[in-house]
Write a new protein. Structure first.
Length: 237
């Protein structure tokens, strides 16, 4: 007889958590800025600008040059940025070490996985497909899917429901204060942050339940949070 117990689930952020996407984002943003006669930003500078979606990235990229645009011009620039990024979302992007193995281990343990990102959903789907991990997710939700962007919890709550889980049986894995605020507002069981992501405040200072330096540590982190099923015999090899 099938169990009526809520499923266990993990909801992941994408940029800065599962994948290092800054080089492709920098390429698209800098081409957009060039068309506005503005100089490029370095990839290092872009790491502090990622988060909140492509609109926020454009605004931060402009602001860093002391520039702004009227609404119509901004809308045109954002459309150009989205088009440029959509054309090549995975040319230079790479999964972080341990990401694929962690996703595989969770699947083997029977834990359902979701993805909630502020990136436009078609681009997110193209990216995870190109990175070879699309099949790891039972639900993918992007920032243009009709829900408010994170840290509003509505999108994450939708993902949790689609996974057949409940907030009390779901952990979120992210890289920033936005992800932490989202998880807390959604009433999730816990939030694990990675230490290497796109955040201007160190992950250890944000108040997460746990901070890990690599996704290779995720199975043990989930065990530390008493999150099961996550069999100890599972390895990331």
């Amino acid at each position: 007889m099938a169990s009526d117990s809520p499923r266990r689930a993990v909801v992941f952020d994408l940029d800065g958590t599962l994948a290092d996407t800054v080089l492709d984002l920098a390429s698209a943003l800098n081409r957009t800025l060039a068309e506005l006669d503005l100089p490029p930003h370095s990839a290092a500078a872009l790491r502090g600008m990622v988060g909140g979606g492509l609109g926020k990235l454009l605004d931060r990229g402009l602001a860093a040059h002391g520039a702004s645009l009227e609404q119509e011009a901004r809308d045109e620039a954002l459309a150009r940025l989205v088009a440029l990024y959509a054309a090549n979302p995975a040319r230079l992007s790479r999964l972080y070490p341990g990401a694929a193995s962690a996703l595989r281990a969770l699947r083997q343990a029977g834990t359902r996985c979701g993805l909630c990102t502020n990136k436009p959903e078609p681009i997110a789907r193209d990216l995870v497909r190109a990175l070879g991990v699309a099949g790891a997710f039972d639900c993918i939700l992007g920032g243009e899917a009709g829900f408010p962007k994170k840290p509003d919890p509505a999108g994450v709550r939708h993902v949790v429901a689609e996974l057949g889980a409940e907030p009390a049986t779901t952990i979120m894995v992210g890289d920033s204060n936005t992800d932490l605020r989202t998880a807390r507002a959604a009433g999730l069981a816990g939030i694990v942050l990675v230490s290497y992501g796109y955040t201007t405040t160190a992950a250890h200072a944000l108040g997460a339940d746990l901070v890990i330096d690599s996704l290779e540590e995720l199975p043990e982190a989930l065990l530390a949070l008493r999150f099961t099923p996550m069999p100890r015999e599972l390895t990331l090899k």
